[in-house]
Every structure is written in structure tokens, then in C-alpha cells.
Design a protein around this ligand. Sequence first.
Ligand code: N01
Length: 514
Amino acid sequence: MRSMGEPEIPEVDVLLVGAGFGAFTILNRMRKLGLNVRIYEKGSASGGIWYWNCYPGARVDSDTPIYQLFDKELWEDFTFKERYAGWPELRRYFKHIEKKWNVQDHVEYHKHVDGATFDEKKHKWLVECSDGSEIYCRWFIPCIGFASRRYTPPVPGLSNFTGDTYHTAVWPQHGVNLKGKRIAQIGTGASGIQVIQEIGDKAKSLTIYQRTPNYCLPMHQRMLDPEEEEKKKANGDYEKAFSDTRRTFSGFTYDFAEKNTFDDSLFDQKANDQAYNFWRQSVLKRIKSPEKQRLLAPENPPHPWGTKRPSLEQRFYEVVDQDHVEIIDVNDNPIEEVTATGLKTKKGLVEVDVLILATGFDSVTGSLAQLNIKGTNGGTIADHWKNRTQTSMGIAIPEFPNMFFLYGPQAPTAFSNGPSCTQFQAEFVEEFIKRAQAEDITRIEAKAEAEDDWCKRMNEKWDITLFPKAKSWYQGANIPGRKVEPLNWAGGMPEYTESLHKSLDNDYQGWHTA
Ligand code: N01
């Protein structure tokens, strides 16, 4: 009971968490349904992943035009400068969305959602923020993606280091001057490769602590000609590209090449070996140091080609091949200790000024599981996933009514172009809420059997691929002690979106409605 004089708890129809691609994809749809929508963002600006991960060289590896919202009113007067946009340009794009859609009344910054409980009488969520504020919403939609909980490995002595330590996922917003510095970096995933190729030339020395080589592919970056882009827009090429994403496996404009050894390389080890060897030969030509050749493109691949995400690189191999860049394989030379001045392995102590942790995320499930969102049985999402990760179609969870999440576990997430995935999920959520409005439905909940069915299908799709052979974050294998299980839908985008819409068209199959 609230006592007299206490302010009323505000209410909105829809609360979106995180001001990135997911939230903006859904925002206007909800506004057009006449709903009162709010976005709560923990940071001080929008951009989502591009707000937090503003490390040197951070850039997307989906190309223009498909890495943006598919709305014509946004793309008709915004043109990206590069084929693969970097974080400053993506931030500029988010500013464009804010201005164009006049969103200032809808987004609140420095609002860190801590937890939520479902009010069974009202059929509404009561959401709490770390500043003590509360808000009720009918529809609660976390749009926090798969990478909002960073991971730092338990390297002994990490806190003893007296130089500067930076994690790529929370890079200082004001930037860091790395010129002429002695730098150590742990991690060679997508973030790590981008940092290395950006700072390698500037650093006095760069020592890379690598556990697994990244099978990088050339990015083929180029500046876009604004006139050419305008012509493409006028010709309908952008619309065609967005529409093509609906038909492809990963929501890109292209699909697997329909030629043996390419389209079966993720399913057949022999075909995969051929793909790996082809890749290896082309990379070896770019590296002079035999030691670096061995470490970056080993004769015996540690995992099948493509079962960990291959980065798109620009000059990575040339940058790493320089004498002031050293690679230490932590499998042979584990980091024994971080001291006040550097990193110690059996090869000795490497003294550095800066330590960069490009060590990734508690990926896919960590984003939602870190929140204290309590379901109708009193348990949190982390409790619900204690024995296995389970969702209904990668968008909802039984016992968490009126809650949808975008770009999270058991959706095409890691295997897709992000804006395509959020677009198709947002279309489904829009359709569901539209029907709910029309039919006076105030409570929607995924059925437990729908969740079981989806988990079964998740495993069937996963088990026929070579993905289980890699210790990847795709299956949670990057976090010591975590259950290794498929976290991303490997059945392709068309089958995914069809499953979502079928459930509505088949009289809410798999859903309780009230
Ligand atoms: O994280 P990661 P990320 N000792 O988990 C290593 C998206 N993204 O931030 O491979 C030593 O891939 C770990 O080694 P290993 C994209 O989807 C996109 O780079 O587990 N090393 C690995 O090398 C991407 O895939 C873009 O053996 C340790 C690294 O740290 C995802 O985010 C850009 C270690 C972590 O790599 C995650 O990328 C950036 C230890 N104890 C991110 N623990 C673009 O669009 C971990 N590592 C371009």
C-alpha cells in the first residue's frame, strides 16, 4: 500500500529496455498502435552495443544497406559513408533516428533497470530501476541483445596491475590515447582483431595473448559514393535488399553458395577441411614470420572452419606480422600472474603500460539472466535456466507473461544480421499486441509445452551441424563451468519467422491468452 502523499507509480503501455537497434525497431510500431511507449537506457546516449563498445576500430561486419532499420522514412535521407560502418558513424545514425522520429519524450537515459515483478491483478509488470524509481507497463520488452554482460576471465593478479586496464565492452566514452604505449591484449575474437589492426601501428609494442586463432576473412571495406547510393535508393535497390533478407538463412542479402564444399562446409567435416585449407593458404601468403604463420593459421585447425565467428579484417595479418608485435599462445604459455607492471608467463615478464581485455561476454543468456526479473512463480530468469536454457521460439518464457525479448537466446541472433533479426521479431510482437488490443487480451504467456518443443527443435538443428565441435560462445563454452548447449537457432531465418507467425495464425498455438 502506498501511503498518502507518496507519488503514484507512473504507467506506460510498453517499456523497452536498452536504446539500441531492438528498441528503435519496435518503438515506432508501438507508437503507431496508439500505445504509450518508453525506452529506459542505462547509458547516456543511444546506440546500444555501439554505445558501450566504442573501442578503437569497432565496426560492424554487416554491410550497407542492411545494417540499419528497414524503415524508408529513416533510410531515404541518411546515407552511410562506408560499406561497413564504424561506431562513430553508427552513433550518428542513432542521432538521425532520434531526430527524425522525435523520440526525446520516449527515451530516458541513466535508467538502469534492475528487476521486475508481474502484478497478477493488473496484468502488468512493475519494473524497478537502480535509482529507486518504479514504473508499471503492460508489455515489458527487454531489447538488450546478446552481449550486454561482459566477461573477464579469472586471470591471477589482474587487480595488481598498476597501469591502465580496459575491457573492450566498456571502453571509456572519452577515448584512450594508446600512441607509443606498451600494450598487452588478451583475446582475439571479433573485438580483439579490430583493436589489434587499429592500434598495432601506433603502439610502441603490442603483445597479444591468444588462446584460439581467429580465421579472419578480408572485409573489402570501401567508401560509398553518395550519388551512387542515392541512385540505388531511387532504383529500389535498398527495398530489394531489405526484402531479400527475409529469404536467406542469416537475414543477409546472400545465402550459402549452392556448390559443394561451400554450402555443406558447416555440416560435413571433409568439406570443412577443404574450406579451412583454402583459407589457410591464402592467409599464409600474407605472413612472413614462420612462428606467426604457425600461430595464426596452424596446420591442424583447432576447430572446424566457421564454427567460431570469422572476423572480417582490414590489414590484420600485415599489422601483426611487424616486429614490435608479439603473439603468445596461452595454451603453451598460460598467464601465470599479472603483476604491478605486466604479465608473467614461463617466457618471462612482459612489462606494459596498458592491458586490454578483449575477452568477450557472458554471451546470449547473460544479458537477461543478470536482471532480477521475477516470474509468476517467484523465480528469476536465471532460476528458470538453471538446468538448461529454455525459451519459446527465442522470444518469450513461460511464467514471464507479457514479456518479449529481442535478439536473445534461442533465436537466430548470433547467426544473423542483427537488424534483420530484430525487424522480424518486432513485426511478430507488433502483430501479437495488435491482436491483443483488438481482442481485449491483457495477458499473454508462452506455454511450457511450446518451450519444450522449441528446445527439442533447437537441438535437432544444432546436432546436424559442426558447431558443437568448437568451444565457442555460440554454445556458452567460453565461460568456465557453464553448461555447453546450443544458444542460437541454427535452423535459419525463414523457418524461424514462419514458426513465430504460425503460432498466431493457428489460434495462438503455444500461448495462453487471457
Ligand atoms: O568476444 P569473443 P568478442 N585466456 O568471445 C579470449 C560481436 N561483435 O567481444 O576463442 C585467454 O568472441 C577468447 O579465446 P577463445 C560478434 O558477434 C561483433 O570479440 O575462447 N583468452 C577470444 O579470443 C562477436 O563474435 C563485432 O579461445 C581468453 C576472446 O577472448 C561477439 O560480439 C565486433 C580467455 C573473446 O572473444 C563477441 O566478440 C565486436 C582466457 N582466459 C563484437 N577468455 C562486429 O560486428 C577468453 N579469451 C565486427
